[in-house]
Structures are given as C-alpha cells and as structure tokens.
Design a binder for this molecule. Structure first.
Ligand code: C5P
Length: 409
C-alpha cells in the first residue's frame, strides 16, 4: 500500500516529536519515502541529524535557503508528495494552518500544497480543549484535513487528559487510510462528510460454534481477521457499522458496534435484528451444519459402548436469507472460500445466493488464520483479480469499492 508513496512529514514543536522518528521507521519499512520538514519549534525537541539519519533524506528547515530554492523550490516540494503528514501538530501550527499563515517553510508548504493533509495533534489537554483550538480544528476539518488522535493519557507536565500524540502505528494506519481514500477519489469530501456517513453497514465475521453438548462444539478455523478488518474499514469511511461476530480472539475494530454470537441461528437472528442496513458484508465462516439435537448434559463415554452418533441438521444460510429479505440491503456482498475452480464456483454461488458481489478467495494455502489474502471480486460486471494483499488492505479496497457503489448517482 505504501510502497513508493512519498510522504512529506512536517515535525513541529512538541515533546512528543521523538515519536516522529519511530513513524519514519515504520513508513520506510512499509516502502514509503519520507521527506522531513522541521519547524523551529520541532528542532527544539528533535535534531535534524536524527531525522535525516532515520529518513535517509535531507531535512528541509529554511524557507530562505537559496540553495534549496535553487534545487527544488518550496512550491515543488509542496506538490511532490502523495500526502503531507504533520506529526506532531502543535497548537500553534494548527492555528497557523487554520488561518493560512505562511511565515516559515512548514506553514508555506501547507498553504501551497494540493495534496491530502493529515495532522496528528499533540498538546496539553487545556490547549486542546480551548475554544480557539476547537474552532481551528473545525475549520481544518471542513477543508478536508484529516485528523488522527489525539489520544487520552499522561502528559509531559504530569497531567492527564486528551492531547497525547497518537502512537506511531495508529498514525501509520491513518496515513494508509487517507492514501487509499485519496486513490479512490474519496478525499474530496471533508471528513465531516465521509463517503459512507449516514449509512448503516452490517458485517458478519468469525466462525460459528455449533454446540454438541454443554462442553463440546463443532467449529472451523476462521480467525475473523478479514471480516473485522472490513468492519473497521467501513467505519473509517464514515459508516455506522454493526459487526455480528462469532467467537474470535482478535480485538474489536475501532468505532464499530459488536454483537457477539455463538451459533449460526444466533448470527441470523442478530443480523435480522440489525436491519435495515444499506450494506451487508457476510464474511463469517458460518457452519453449514449443526447437531440435530443438542444434548442437555455432557455426553458420557461409556466403556465398551460405541461412540454416540452425531446427527446433523442444515443451518440457515444467512447470506441467502439477507439477499432475499423483505428489507434487503441495497448492496449484499458474500465471500466464497474455495480450494478449486475458485472463480467458477464463486459465479455460481453469486447466482444461487442472490447477492450482488462475491469476494472469492482460494483457501487451499494458509489463508484461514493467515495475514494475507488473494481475492477475486465477482459481480454482474465480471471478475476482477486482485493481487495478494494483506487482509487489512483487501478490507480497505473493498470498503472503498462499496463506498463508490452505494454513493454512485
Ligand atoms: O455456501 P458457502 O458457505 O460457501 O458460502 C459462503 C458465503 O455465504 C459467505 O459469505 C458466508 O458468510 C455466507 N454464509 C452464510 N450462512 C451460511 C453459510 C454461508 O451467511 N449458513
């Protein structure tokens, strides 16, 4: 995702400026090029030498440097990157941005750039809560500036509250999300009106557990990673998301309402209760069968007797039910995990289940429980083959496609 992307990283004055170094490391590890810009305030907390060494690129500090102007020029520098990130963004720099001041290199670049801008504020909680900062942030948001954080927690002054710089990994994820949205042409809308704002998305994820008796169950190897990532990616684009999840050990995605269920029948009931929704994505690995009769007591192993027979009954098909529901979501997306003739099976499945899209994946390798996925998007328009991607990236691309589909005129 970040491979070959160029990030202009503005570091302004805050004790947390040291975290910019870790962010640069993460960005470079992900394949991005980082061009650091250091303000005078930022240089009080982190040295240009440290930034330069970690970024592997010259640090820009001076608006009036004749040599730099001759070589690159601040206007070109402003238009060079795929994204401008301000990490940390001090109250002072945010105020200057909000008012269009341009009295040093960083502020001049921020005024001149036509690229997406993301800020990670860092300041004392009282400064963050001051009506001046609140008004500045509202002005920036209305102009499409993206914001990550600030986090709540301990401050440099032995106080606690909102204003801590977000962790580098979180900022990295926000940069990736902003770049994806920009690539899909979705950044034109300000964050206050994200493309899926006001839409309800229902996502199923994880395996189901079908009880045999009070202590035993039938299950499968689904980890829930892909479904959870999709729920998070839809929420990041502004959707209100209900995630109906079978038993998983991974964390809830941010900004999503999670309904926890065990069995397929509970999952169906939770999905129907969550309607109406404009979008449904069925990524759960629902058990096809449950035991015909759940034993009320633990089944006993009796010496000399044969094992008890396990009679199975068919589970409801949640995807097919939602696709034919009286309150059918406008866009219904299913998954097809196949080990052979992946695309053909997915096309047939799309027809059979009555959904709009099928995301088909080959699970013959290490996909289930693994971190990556190779998928094909099967729709009425045809088949798109996507490259092998991290599941989080599959989720972001799918969310962006969904946003395009449901917002198309
Ligand atoms: O029929 P199959 O399990 O291969 O179909 C996979 C798709 O159908 C997935 O989207 C899965 O979430 C959904 N499904 C479902 N309820 C079932 C079985 C599958 O929603 N009982």
């Amino acid at each position: 995702m970040l491979a070959d992307k160029r990030i202009l990283l503005v570091v302004s004055g805050s004790v947390s400026a040291y975290k910019a170094l870790e962010l640069i490391r993460l960005l470079r590890k992900a394949g991005a090029r980082v061009t650091p810009v250091l303000t005078a305030g930022g240089a009080r907390f982190v040295t240009p030498h440290a930034l330069q060494a970690i970024a592997g690129e010259a640090v820009h500090q001076d608006l009036w440097s004749l040599q730099a102007e001759a070589e690159i020029g601040h206007i070109r520098l402003a238009r060079l990157p795929d994204l401008v990130a301000v990490v940390p963004a001090s109250a002072d720099l945010l105020a200057k941005m909000a008012h269009g001041l341009a009295d040093d290199l960083a502020t001049t670049l921020l005024l001149a750039t036509d690229r997406p801008v993301l800020v990670a504020p860092a300041m004392n909680w009282a400064m963050w809560g001051h009506p001046a900062t609140v008004a500045n942030m509202a002005a920036l948001a209305a102009r499409g500036v993206r914001v990550v954080g600030p986090a709540v927690g301990a401050m440099a002054e032995a106080e606690s509250g909102p204003g801590r710089l977000s962790e580098p990994a979180e900022i990295l994820a926000a940069i990736e999300a902003a770049l994806t949205a920009a690539g899909e042409g979705l950044l034109l809308a300000p964050p206050l009106a994200l493309p899926l704002t006001g839409r309800h998305a229902l996502v199923t994820s994880g395996p189901t557990h079908e009880p045999i008796d009070p202590v035993r169950y039938i299950a499968n190897r689904s980890s829930g990673q892909q479904g959870h990532a999709i729920a998070g990616a839809l929420a990041a684009l502004g959707a209100r998301v209900t995630l109906v999840s079978g038993p998983v050990t991974i964390a809830d995605p941010a900004g999503v309402a999670v309904v926890r269920v065990q069995s397929a029948r509970e999952m169906l009931a939770a999905c129907e209760a969550a309607l109406p929704a404009e979008i449904a994505v069925c990524a759960a690995a629902v058990a096809d069968w449950r035991t015909a009769r759940e034993a009320g007591q633990k089944l006993k192993k009796v010496p000399g007797e044969p094992p008890p027979p396990l009679e199975l009954a068919l589970n409801p098909d949640i995807l097919a039910t939602l696709s034919r529901h009286a309150r059918r979501p406008a866009l219904v997306v299913g998954f097809a995990a196949e080990t052979e003739t992946v695309v053909e099976n997915a096309m047939a499945k799309r027809q059979r289940k009555g959904c709009d899209w099928i995301v088909a994946n080959d699970v013959s390798g290490d996909v289930m429980g693994g971190a990556e996925n190779t998928v094909h998007l099967v729709s009425a328009e045809g088949v798109e083959d996507w490259p092998r991607l991290p599941k989080a990236e599959v989720a972001r691309r799918l969310a962006a496609r969904i946003a395009r589909a449901v917002t198309a005129p």
